[in-house]
Design a protein around this ligand. Sequence first.
Ligand code: E4P
Length: 221
Amino acid sequence: MKLVIDSSDIQKIKELNELLTVAGVTTNPTIITKSGRPSEDVINDLIDILSPDQLIFIQVVKTDFEGIMEEAKYINSLREKNMVVKIPVTHEGLKAIKECKKLGIKTLATAIYTANQGFMAALNGADYLAPYVNRMENFGDGIGQVCDLLDMLRLNNLPTEVIAASFKNTRQVHELFKAGIQSVTVPVDVAFNLIDHPATESAVETFSKDWEKAYGRNSLA
Ligand code: E4P
């Protein structure tokens, strides 16, 4: 299972990268604009703070085939390896995913709202699929559709990896951990909610107090 961070907040990404085993960072145009910084600066910072082995996902902004291909080539040129171009599964996007496959450009098919959309993108050669779990739930079913997609890929021996996205809470992530999801990309607040619990803090406080009371020091020896 790979854990990916869905954010453009460089400080928080650094913090989580020290705390956890982070496989990479996903962004989209909205996520980058939320930083309030020039897009080039955000992308350069991501390249600087992540190791060459960590994945960086940058989404195209143009929506026509030629424009998508132009931006895909640009994104791909930003780094020697592990740069992945996110392309929405529109008609133009699906054509571009096929073309990128021919050119050896790694893609993540995004804005996926159904298992069938993801499956079609996988047949076109997408390396990764990002089903939008929370947004899918708003249409009725998120977890079930992602599980179907995992089954469909497995039954067809497709190498495409699912990076489930658009999480709003740890319950959604937990459901997919249990289902054997290959990767999740989670926003910063959800990442912290996966590891923090007030009872853990309080247990550690009690250990320290008990020790100090008995031995008059706050260390083992
Ligand atoms: C990830 O790469 C997606 O673009 C992102 O998770 C979408 O999240 P949202 O539904 O919160 O906008």
